[in-house]
Design a protein around this ligand. Structure first.
Ligand SMILES: [Zn+2]
Length: 144
C-alpha cells in the first residue's frame, strides 16, 4: 500500500459517510489515474439492476474524458470498510482497464492486487470473436 492508496481509501470512506445515507446508495468507490486525479461514485440501487459504485466511478471519469484508471477501491456505508468488487465489476474492470489495481482486504490488512488476480482465467470477449466473412455480404434474392 502506497500513501496514495491509503488516500484513495480515505476518499471513498469520506464519500460513503457523506453520501451513502439511504437504501439507494450504500457503497462509495474512488478511482485514481496515474497522474493523481481521483473520481468517485456511489452505487445506484434499483431492483432492475442499478450500477455498483465502481461502475459509477468509471462513468464519472469517462465524463471528464478519462479512460485510463490505475487504482480503484469501494467502501461500504455504516463503517463497513473496504468491500471487494462483485463479479460483474471484476469483469467490467478487467475489460476496461486490464492492468488496474484494486484495493481489497480487512481494515488492518488492506492490500493492492491486480485485477487479473481477482479474475483468473477470465473470459475475454475480443478473444472469442469469429472474424467476419471476407467480401461483400450476399444480397438476399427474392423467392429463395
Ligand atoms: Zn459490483
Amino acid at each position: 500500500m502506497r500513501d496514495t492508496d491509503r488516500a484513495l481509501v480515505q476518499a471513498a470512506t469520506a464519500v460513503a459517510k457523506l453520501r451513502c445515507r439511504s437504501e439507494n446508495h450504500t457503497v462509495a468507490a474512488a478511482a485514481r489515474t496515474a497522474d493523481g486525479r481521483v473520481f468517485t461514485g456511489v452505487n445506484v440501487y434499483h431492483f432492475t439492476g442499478g450500477p455498483c459504485a465502481e461502475v459509477v466511478a468509471v462513468g464519472a471519469a469517462a465524463t471528464q474524458g478519462v479512460t485510463e484508471l490505475e487504482t480503484i477501491v469501494a467502501v461500504g456505508d455504516r463503517g463497513r470498510g473496504v468491500i471487494p468488487p462483485c463479479g460483474r465489476c471484476r469483469q467490467v474492470l478487467r475489460d476496461y482497464f486490464p492492468s488496474i489495481r484494486v484495493i481489497v482486504g480487512p481494515a488492518d490488512a488492506l492490500r493492492v492486487v491486480p485485477i487479473g488476480d481477482l479474475l483468473p482465467d477470465t473470459y475475454v470477449w475480443a478473444d472469442h470473436q469469429v472474424d467476419a466473412p471476407a467480401g461483400p455480404v450476399p444480397t438476399p434474392r427474392p423467392h429463395d
